[in-house]
Design a protein around this ligand. Structure first.
Ligand code: ZN
Length: 130
């Protein structure tokens, strides 16, 4: 009887196997929304240089995809925590400065995932093992 019940249990392979392309697709959508909110986003970036607007856009999308995947993987592997790290320089925005060093525990990953990474954010999420 128990064995039969176990057999009936459904697996969700699609949710368990999100590829990086899925993250990139979602990140692109998120990026389009952020760009719509700030038409001059490119001129507000804290990093400068000979970067074209297209390159900056691709970088911002990739950064977002990586950020989301880090949270996703942390949740999947039940990593104890993730620490928010800024670059620690004068270009860090006040909002990110407030988050610097903050540790999000396993049960807070959903909250963390709801945080919108602003355009030009250069922060990282670092694994906390214990
Ligand atoms: Zn930041």
């Amino acid at each position: 009887m128990l064995f039969w019940k176990k057999e009936k249990k459904e697996e969700k392979p699609a949710a368990a196997n999100k590829t990086f392309l899925d993250f990139l697709k979602d990140a692109r959508t998120e990026m389009e929304g952020l760009m719509a909110q700030d038409k001059d986003w490119f001129y507000h970036l804290p990093y400068k240089g000979a970067m074209s607007k297209e390159t900056a856009k691709d970088l911002e999308i990739e950064k977002r995809a990586i950020w989301r995947r880090v949270i996703y993987d942390a949740r999947r592997t039940k990593l104890p925590g993730l620490r928010w790290e800024t670059r620690g320089d004068e270009l860090v925005c006040p909002d990110c400065q407030k988050m610097d060093g903050r540790i999000f525990l396993l049960e807070e990953y959903d909250t963390l995932n709801q945080t919108v990474m602003h355009l030009g954010c250069r922060c990282n999420l670092v694994s906390v093992r214990e």
